[in-house]
Design a protein around this ligand. Structure first.
Ligand SMILES: C[S@@+](CC[C@H](N)C(=O)[O-])C[C@H]1O[C@@H](n2cnc3c(N)ncnc32)[C@H](O)[C@@H]1O
Length: 219
């Protein structure tokens, strides 16, 4: 059935024993990986669209089909918003969720590279949404979760008000611990609101799962 979103199945009990080690390593290093060509070109197009914008700037990272990006754009008419996702299958579906607004765009790009490029341009965010990122619940996959990758330092450097949501409470708890290791205060709570603003949020709620939210002021 379409509404039966699978709940998280994990072999991990509690906070990962390597979380502190991995996060500390990333907080003390900078990624030297070459940038992918397609993200560089998506980034250039995004900069053209931003056109040296000096107003509020919001990022909707891992936006999927961009339904949340359109919702955020409607709720922040004075801001410019970029939704980023690496999957063309998802971004190509945006038309079905699009709003007739000119203050947002959906970009297909790799988030790791896109965040680093924003940092290099010394761009700052007012808000940063990361809604239902892939949880990678297998214990062995800790280093695929965003807070346990080199992207964490870029997320911190970009600043703004960070909002992360997940249907896996442990993901949010680990994100919170990672931010504490970087001396960033944050707040974690169960998240309920109507209506759902992303397809994954809607799917989880329809199948009876809860959402968890992390809020942090990175400035
Ligand atoms: C579980 S989906 C959630 C999508 C959307 N936020 C929602 O709630 O409907 C996670 C999304 O993260 C995207 N993603 C994963 N790794 C990424 C990366 N390195 N760069 C950009 N997007 C990525 C995937 O393509 C996928 O669309």
């Amino acid at each position: 059935m379409q509404n039966q979103a699978r709940s998280i199945s994990t072999n991990q009990i509690g906070i990962h024993p390597n979380l502190e080690k991995v996060v500390t390593r990333h907080l003390n290093s900078t990624s030297q990986k070459p940038f992918s060509e397609h993200t560089q070109s998506a980034f250039s197009q995004s900069m053209e669209w931003l056109d040296n914008w000096q107003g509020q700037f919001i990022l909707d990272s891992c936006c999927g089909v961009g339904e949340s990006t359109a919702n955020i754009a409607r709720n922040h008419p004075d801001a410019k918003i970029i939704g980023i996702d690496k999957s063309a299958v998802r971004t190509d579906k945006h038309q079905s969720y699009a709003e007739n607004l000119d203050n947002y765009i959906i970009v297909r790009a790799d988030l790791n590279d896109f965040l680093r490029l924003l940092v290099l341009e010394k761009i700052k965010l007012d808000k940063h949404y990361l809604l239902y990122p892939n949880p990678y619940p297998k214990s062995a996959h800790l280093q695929r979760r965003w807070y346990a990758t080199s992207a964490l330092t870029d997320i911190l450097k970009l600043g703004g008000k960070l909002e992360v949501r997940s249907n896996w409470q442990l993901y949010i708890q680990e994100f919170s611990e990672a931010l504490k290791l970087a001396n960033i205060k944050n707040q974690v709570n169960e998240y309920t609101s109507e209506p759902a603003i992303t397809p994954f949020e809607r799917k989880y709620w329809l199948s009876g799962q809860k959402s968890w939210q992390l809020l942090a002021d990175l400035d």
